[in-house]
Design a protein around this ligand. Structure first.
Ligand code: F0G
Length: 356
C-alpha cells in the first residue's frame, strides 16, 4: 500500500524525529495545490491555492500537531495543553486521542466558531472558556505548562513550526521550484515563520544533495485590520475582527514574522473585514473553494496588493487558505436568501429553478 503516510514519514529526514519517536498521525499533509483561474485572471499571474482545509481536522494545524504530540509522547507526557482561537484546539484534541493523552484547551469565551468548539468537545478535550482574549489564554497556558505536568502544544513549541514547514516543501515538490510570492493570513504568526523556514531549508544544499529550490519566495502576510499589531508596530489590547481565528493582539512569533518579511523582501499588511468577506465569497462562488473567513485574508491581501499595483504580472503566486469553511458556516448563511420551499412536483420545481 503506497498511500500518503503523513508529514513525518514523508519528510522524516527533514524533521527532528528519531527512530524511537512514536509517530502520532492522522495522515495529515499532502493537501491539494489548486490553480485559481479567477484570481489568475484578475492579477495577470499564475495563482495557486494551498488548500489546508483538506487536512484531517480541517486546518493546517494538523501538520504541527502530529509533530508536537509525537515529540510530547516520546518525552513521556500524559497531558497536553493549548490556548486557541479554535483550530489548534480541534487539532490538539484529535491528536491527543490518537496518542492516548488528556487534552486541555483554553479558548476566549464566546469567540470561537461553533464547528471548532464541536470538534474539541467530540474528541473529549477538557475545555475552559477564559474570560479574556486569545493572548490571555496563551499567557495562562504557558503558566500552567511551567507549573504543572502538561506539555504546551501552541506554536511557541518548536516542534509545531517544524511540522508546519512541510507545507512549503510540498509546494516546491509540486511546482518544481519555489513561487515568486507566498501569501498567508497572520494571527499568532507561527505559520508564516514555518513556511519561511521550509522555503529557506529547501533552497539550501541538503546532506550530499543539491537544493530542491533555486530561490525563496517573497513572504506576504496579512492581518485583519482590527487585529493588526505587526502593522501598527504595537500590541492591540482588544483585537476585533469577524475572522475569529486571527483575532490576536500580541503574536507570539512576532519577531520571526518580521524576520520572514525582511529576509524575503516581503510585506505584512492589513485587510478589513469587508475585504476578507469579499475574498471569502469570491473563493466559494468563483473558485469552488470553501474556506473559513480568516483563511480568506491571504486572498483579500493579494487582491488589495494587486489594486495597489504591487503585483507585477506573470508571477507565480501561492496563497495558503488555512482552514475549512465548514468550521464557521454562519458567514455562508448570513445575508443569503432562504431557499424556497416547493411541493413534490417537477413542473413547480422547474419554474422555481428557471428551467421552464
Ligand atoms: N488561519 C486559521 C484558520 C487559523 O486558525 C490561524 C491560527 C491562522 C490562520 C493564523 O495562523 O497563528 O500561525 O499566524 N489559529 C490559531 C488557533 C491561533 O488557535 O487555532 P498563525
Amino acid at each position: 500500500w503506497h498511500g500518503w503516510r503523513g508529514i513525518i514519514e514523508e519528510y522524516r529526514d527533514r524533521l527532528p524525529v528519531g527512530g524511537t519517536t512514536p509517530v502520532v498521525t492522522l495522515r495529515e499533509g499532502g493537501t491539494p495545490l489548486v490553480p485559481a483561474q479567477v484570481l489568475s485572471e484578475r492579477t495577470g499571474c499564475e495563482v495557486h491555492l494551498k488548500v489546508e482545509g483538506a487536512n484531517p481536522t480541517g486546518s493546517f494545524k494538523d501538520r504541527g500537531m502530529t509533530m508536537a504530540i509525537s515529540v510530547a509522547k516520546e518525552a513521556g507526557a500524559k497531558a497536553v495543553i493549548c490556548a486557541s482561537t479554535g483550530n489548534t484546539s480541534a487539532s490538539a484534541a484529535a491528536y491527543a486521542v490518537r496518542a492516548g493523552m488528556v487534552c486541555a484547551v483554553l479558548v476566549p469565551q464566546g469567540k470561537i466558531a461553533l464547528g471548532k468548539m464541536g470538534q474539541a468537545l467530540v474528541h473529549g478535550a477538557k475545555i475552559l472558556q477564559v474570560d479574556g482574549n486569545f493572548d490571555d489564554c496563551l499567557t495562562l497556558a504557558r503558566g500552567l505548562s511551567e507549573k504543572y505536568p502538561v506539555a504546551l502544544v501552541n506554536s511557541v513549541n518548536p516542534a509545531r513550526i517544524e511540522g508546519q514547514k512541510t507545507a512549503a516543501f510540498e509546494i516546491v515538490d509540486m511546482l518544481g521550484d519555489a513561487p515568486d510570492i507566498h501569501v498567508l493570513p497572520v494571527g499568532n504568526a507561527g505559520n508564516i515563520t514555518a513556511y519561511w523556514k521550509g522555503y529557506t531549508e529547501y533552497a539550501a544544499p541538503f546532506a550530499d544533495g543539491e537544493p530542491h529550490a533555486s530561490r525563496t519566495p517573497r513572504m506576504w502576510g496579512f492581518q485583519a485590520s482590527g487585529a493588526a499589531p505587526i502593522v501598527r508596530g504595537e500590541p492591540v489590547k482588544e483585537p476585533s475582527t469577524i475572522a475569529t481565528a486571527i483575532r490576536i493582539g500580541n503574536p507570539a512569533s512576532w519577531t520571526f514574522a518580521e524576520q520572514a518579511r525582511d529576509e524575503s523582501g516581503g510585506l505584512i499588511d492589513e485587510v478589513t473585514d469587508r475585504q476578507i468577506l469579499a475574498a471569502y465569497r469570491l473563493l466559494a462562488a468563483q473558485e469552488g473553494v470553501f474556506v473559513e473567513p480568516a483563511s480568506a485574508a491571504s486572498v483579500a491581501g493579494l487582491l488589495k496588493a494587486a489594486e495597489q499595483g504591487l503585483v507585477d504580472p506573470g508571477q507565480r503566486i501561492v496563497c495558503t487558505v488555512t482552514g475549512n469553511g465548514l468550521k464557521d458556516p454562519d458567514w455562508a448563511v448570513a445575508g443569503a436568501p432562504q431557499p424556497v420551499v416547493v411541493p413534490v412536483d417537477a413542473d413547480a420545481a422547474a419554474v422555481r429553478l428557471g428551467l421552464a
